[in-house]
Design a protein around this ligand. Structure first.
Ligand code: GLV
Length: 329
């Protein structure tokens, strides 16, 4: 019962209970600013900190931290400098797997929602301007037969491919844009003969829907910039359920304003919760508040995994889902 956990933002059950059963839990009343979090991590009062994506765990914080582990309540961990954590002997855990299908659902929802202009339709009905069926009211785009380009081919991209194939889309992918690596048939598994790998440049130029499924890294920051947007088809639609900074958001706004591409469906933003100027005035967007994993079941599974990771690290064991290369001797 000597374990001590710092939880930066309250998490759903069974997460809290698992932590409470294993030690002392401090849940902060509001999300901490960087200095507060750094001071708490350096205090020596906690074995493990359970963090959210907004908590920046960078090299200076880690250098001063007296922790055994950082448990991130997310599959992505771009908020944590994993190399610096490894250097400091601090383990890092995340919550993969449980949110794959829910996030792919949101990618598909954004594909359908942008293609069929769901926000414009909803606003029209609510505003009282719907005067009955009209042959040319809010005409959208066909999803079946359209080319879906997947940037990345990890768990969530594959789950999106599965859905898109069910909708009759043609699915192309580029596994690690902007560079490439060959994907073997063995790795393709169920997708052999059903999806096709193409170079990133071709993916950009051929996609009717370009959907982003890459982690945020130095290689993928601003992967979609003004140049890429100009190489997309003028009637193409960009979908982002990955990380906001993968897209240069100012360039996207400009592209949407000038019909360089047709529309965008976004669940993530470059500087969340702030939006790039002009984005919220565009009619050709569907904007969601980073809810890819937001179902009751998934968030409770994430809470369970992040708590189990935290307990393992507090007890000096590797987390169930380690993201650092640190392996306890
Ligand atoms: C959410 O964005 C996550 O990485 O889990």
């Amino acid at each position: 019962m000597g374990n001590s956990f710092l939880v930066t933002t309250a998490i759903p059950d069974p997460g809290f209970q698992l932590l409470a059963d294993a030690g002392r839990v401090t849940v902060l009343p509001e999300p901490p600013d960087y200095e507060t979090l750094a001071a708490l991590c350096a205090s020596g009062d906690f074995d493990v900190v359970l963090t959210q994506l907004r908590d920046v765990i960078d090299a200076p914080l880690l250098a001063g931290a007296r922790l055994r582990g950082v448990s991130n309540f997310a599959v992505g961990y771009n908020n944590i400098d994993v190399d610096a954590a490894t250097r400091a002997g601090i383990m890092v855990g995340n919550t993969p797997g449980v949110l794959t299908d829910a996030t792919a659902d949101i990618a598909m929802l954004l594909i359908l929602g942008t293609a069929r202009r769901v926000v414009e339709g909803d606003q029209l009905v609510r505003s009282g301007r719907f005067h009955g069926w009209e042959p040319e009211l809010l005409l959208g785009r066909d999803v079946s037969g359209a080319v879906l380009g997947l940037a990345g081919f990890g768990r969530i991209a594959r789950a999106t491919a599965r859905r898109a194939l069910g909708f009759g889309m043609e699915v192309l992918f580029s596994p690690r844009p902007p560079s490439d690596r060959p994907v073997s048939d063995e790795e393709l598994g169920e997708f052999v003969g059903r999806v096709r790998q193409v170079p990133w440049e071709e993916l950009v130029e051929r996609s009717d829907f370009l959907s982003l499924h890459v982690p945020l890294s130095d290689q993928t920051r601003h992967l979609v910039d003004a140049d890429v947007l100009h190489r997309m088809k003028p009637d193409a639609i960009l979908i982002n359920t990955a990380r906001g900074p993968v897209v240069h958001e100012d360039a996207l706004v400009e592209a949407l304003q000038n019909n360089v591409i047709a529309a965008a469906g976004l669940d993530v933003f470059e500087d969340e919760p702030r939006l790039a100027p002009g984005l919220n005035e565009l009619h050709n967007t569907v904007l969601l508040p980073h809810v890819g994993s937001a179902t009751v079941r998934v968030r409770s599974e994430m809470a369970r995994l992040s708590a189990l990771n935290a307990v393992a690290m507090a007890e000096g064991r590797a987390p169930l889902h380690p993201v650092s290369s640190y392996v306890k001797a």
